[in-house]
Design a protein around this ligand. Structure first.
Ligand SMILES: Cc1cc2nc3c(=O)[nH]c(=O)nc-3n(C[C@H](O)[C@H](O)[C@H](O)COP(=O)(O)O)c2cc1C
Length: 216
């Protein structure tokens, strides 16, 4: 099964130090996700923001930018998503939401996601994680109940994603493993059900405007 690991930071600046702390969090998670999934890292630096926001679904198929078309294909083909976000002002990172907003919810729908947040502070991004739950539910990739939070991620992880020498690496591995196992269980279950019943027959993709799903 395929999983996409979204790295939610474009912050190549300091302070605060170090920048792109998310790289080490993703390196740590990648090692664990790899036990259950064929994982691909999606880096928002490969999708620089444009002056005008134009989501992939606003282009005609014939002139959709190639990098957006390619990522949309990866999202559609994935069985699960790991959404890794720093906490910025108690919210998920704008780099992550900006990238995800480029794609239709139908590309993510009927598949599970795992929320992983981090910060250099003591709460590990838990406040961001709470609003990620409603965001990802709206996107259609329902978050599993286990959430991963990494407080003081700059001290917990070394630059290569390995836990620092003073950390209990086995406990961090067990902690991450619970989230990955939940994601795997749901990804498998959703995959079988998608094979049996096409979800878009009963719940068609809306094509033009959100009023297509309005109450009468
Ligand atoms: C604009 C901004 C807002 C931040 N807000 C929070 C916050 O609300 N809570 C927190 O614990 N850390 C906050 N931080 C600190 C981040 O946790 C820390 O800078 C982390 O390294 C960000 O991840 P990144 O380096 O991968 O971008 C903030 C940092 C920035 C740049």
């Amino acid at each position: 099964m395929k999983a996409l690991l979204f790295l939610g930071s474009r912050r190549q600046s300091s302070p605060p130090q170090p920048s792109r702390l998310g790289e080490r969090v993703c390196a740590f998670l990648n090692a664990h996700i790899g036990s259950r999934f064929d994982a691909t890292l999606i880096d928002p630096l490969d999708y620089p923001p444009t002056e005008v926001f134009k989501p992939a679904f606003a282009y005609a198929a014939s002139n959709k930018p190639a990098h957006l078309a390619k990522l949309e294909r990866l999202i559609i083909e994935a069985d699960a998503y790991v959404m890794v976000s720093p906490e910025y002002n108690h919210s998920m990172s704008p780099a992550l939401s900006d990238l995800l907003n480029h794609f239709p919810s139908s590309a993510f729908a009927f598949k599970p996601s795992l929320i992983a947040t981090y910060s250099s502070g003591q709460w590990g991004g838990t406040r961001a994680a709470l609003n990620m739950r409603s965001y990802l539910s709206e996107l259609g990739c329902l978050p599993v109940s286990a959430m991963l939070h990494f407080p003081h991620a700059d001290k917990v992880f070394q630059a290569d994603g390995e836990p620092a020498a003073d950390q209990d690496a086995a406990r961090w591995a067990k902690y991450a493993g619970r989230g990955v196992e939940q994601l795997h269980w749901w990804a498998e279950a959703a995959g079988w059900q998608r094979e049996l019943v096409n979800p878009f027959v009963a719940s068609p993709v809306f094509k033009r405007t959100p009023v297509e799903r309005d109450a009468p």
